[in-house]
Design a protein around this ligand. Sequence first.
Ligand code: URA
Length: 260
Amino acid sequence: MNENSLNVKSLIEFYIDAGVDETCGEVSFTVEKKNTVSNIATKQADVRPAISKLALSSAEAVKNADEICRQVTSIEELRKAVENFDGCSLKYNAKHTVMGDGNPESKIMLIGEAPGAEEDLAGKAFVGRSGQLLNKMLAAIGIDRTKCYICNILPWRPPGNRSPSDAEIAVCLPFLKKQIEIVAPDYIFMLGAVAVNSLMENAEGISKLRGKWMEYQMQNGKKAKVLASYHPAYLLRTPAQKAKAWADFLRLKKEMGENN
Ligand code: URA
């Protein structure tokens, strides 16, 4: 360890003492025990591009995203294209681009809002506490999570889990729509207000929207049945609403049962 890295270590220890427990820049570190730091590493990849590139107007970034989506034909191609996409600054604070998880040939797609801290670390959607609750609710209606395709409106975690801005949603939406078109599900289950408002282009509260079947038409004309419910993170904070969410899962099971 040279003198510089010792200074970095002291600085990071100072941050930890002040209550910081994660980084969102180019330096990453791991807190092992209270007040000890290891793994001070400078991230090589995803170096933030010049401001001029990041200052693309969001209309221009949406146009670029649309153009990419016209060119890709598989989830794998889309994943690579999104990882290389420069039009959304969220990418430069995130550790991973979190695309969909599960079976891309599934008849059912679940869509949440954005990766949280654990998803960002793991590079996989819904693996934290919300994901564990979601897995249990799916299992309770006889659906194995690995048989579904699970993704988010945004592939990058907003710093500190803040709500995504309208511009961030608009830039990422073409990628989600392309995922939907490639997976071509018969059923889409939306988790929370941000997810359903973004995809279905409405502004109603989730309490009004949940539990009612809607329809989503893909760019290629195929239609999917859409049902919205509360986000699992909200259910963890507000367990009294679990009964309503459970009713939504049963609605989904009934509809799928009748049509399969
Ligand atoms: N919340 C979400 O909306 N998505 C995740 O992947 C995790 C938590």
